[in-house]
Design a protein around this ligand. Structure first.
Ligand SMILES: [Zn+2]
Length: 102
């Protein structure tokens, strides 16, 4: 008589009828699971209270030139998106007009 180490049910065949665990894995009654290795802290652990963020920018605020560049880039992106959308719309219309509706 063997017992399944997974669910504890009686195993009478090669596999547990309750959860399907192979009997080979459950050989030996109530075999304890492999003991977890002793916890060892990583050797290169940083000490407590280390610098939280080392990649912080030096200046808090962005220069106005950067903001202008960001705004211009956003406008260009919107314009590109609008042109692409209009192009797709026109293509769709042309395709609709040119194709024979079935
Ligand atoms: Zn089982």
């Amino acid at each position: 008589m063997a017992f399944c180490t997974t669910c504890g049910a009686n195993v009478q065949g090669s596999f547990c009828t309750s959860c399907g665990t192979p009997l080979s894995a459950a050989a030996g009654q109530q075999a304890p699971p492999a003991p977890a290795p002793a916890f060892q802290p990583p050797p290169a652990a940083s000490p407590m209270g280390a610098t939280p963020v080392a990649a912080a920018p030096a200046k808090r605020g962005l220069s106005p030139l950067v903001w202008v560049l960001i705004i211009v880039a956003g406008l260009i992106l919107l314009a590109v998106l609008g042109v692409v959308g209009a192009g797709f719309f026109v293509m769709h219309k042309v395709h609709q007009a040119g194709s024979i509706p079935s």
